[in-house]
Design a protein around this ligand. Sequence first.
Ligand code: GLU
Length: 393
Amino acid sequence: MRATYSFLMSVKTATRSPLATARRVVVKVGSALLVEAQTGRINQSWLETLVDDLLRLRERGQQVILVSSGAVALGRRELSLAKGPLRLEESQAAAAVGQIRLAHAYREMLERRQVTVAQVLLTLEDSERRRRYLNARATLETLLSLGALPVINENDTVATAEIRYGDNDRLAARVAQMTAADCLVLLSDVDGLYSADPNRDPGARFIHEVPHLTPEIEAMGAGSASEFGTGGMTTKLMAARIAVAAGCHMCVAAGRPLHPVRRLEEGERCTWFLPAASPAAARKQWIAGTLRPAGAVTVDQGALRALLAGSSLLPAGVTSARGRFERGDTVSVLTPEGMEVARGIIAYSDADALKIIGRHSAQIPAILGFRGRDELIHRDDLVLLPSFAYEPA
Ligand code: GLU
């Protein structure tokens, strides 16, 4: 009976689970899972099974990013810091010691499996400041395209109290947003969201799916932050808000059992937060919704036709550019008559754009002295405004 049930569950979830269909998956593991409470050491045997699960996703052609906590927990033991809350400088010192251990453990484990691991330490500013955001995004994209497995943590040693995430739930959601991941898995010591604290309220209901982050759902997190486990539901709901707005599915699941990711695919219960749109659509909505584009470029008829047919905008098709903008800013695209037809994220600053418009992309390196993108606005970064967008019936 039990076998039949789990078989049916696995058939059901194998076809439905966003984890199975995602192109790019971000998995976050909390310190409480990674570091044994008794010894303060890495929970090696458990971690091996998590790593195996992640490599299984990769073997299926999915891209994987791991967000791993554990630096502070590992370092505090090595520095023999007393139990209890640490001062900021102490946790930073602990992170400095622990992060090396953590990196070493991943490196060793993945090397044995012939996978290259890359450590990326991010601060809050890397996701809030546009230039740094673009840089971090480009680095992660490059690592993934080269087949490395990025392992991310907050750069705890330099982040000060005001500019730190402090929790890897939100950091992981930002990483998912930054990389347009379609699935984010938060592995923790709670198995999901409940309508009330299950330790106190026998009537607490498990919530399998959250289609919308309603005030009612937010309240479930708020009341339970301290009792529901180390990370607390509050930061997980904050993470959910970031992820679903970016078009990413997110789940909160129990990470303690061995093979925690595989178990999820096999039907282990968890709470799924459903996104409003796909990552690409969410990104385009965000571009279209820019309140004040930083500048505008005017295109010729040929480029206009190409844009309407879904192509990127090349410098050759642009007749003028105005405004002050940096690479990564949103600009308007105007028809020869001056009507706004599209918006997009421009790949060059105003000064560089003025030099290359009307020119062939192959000439860019000679003109600017560096090799940037061939496109002024890549089609992934370009959105036609509704009156111009072709809507299939
Ligand atoms: N970045 C912290 C660490 O590695 C963990 C933050 C968290 O637990 O969410 O220790």
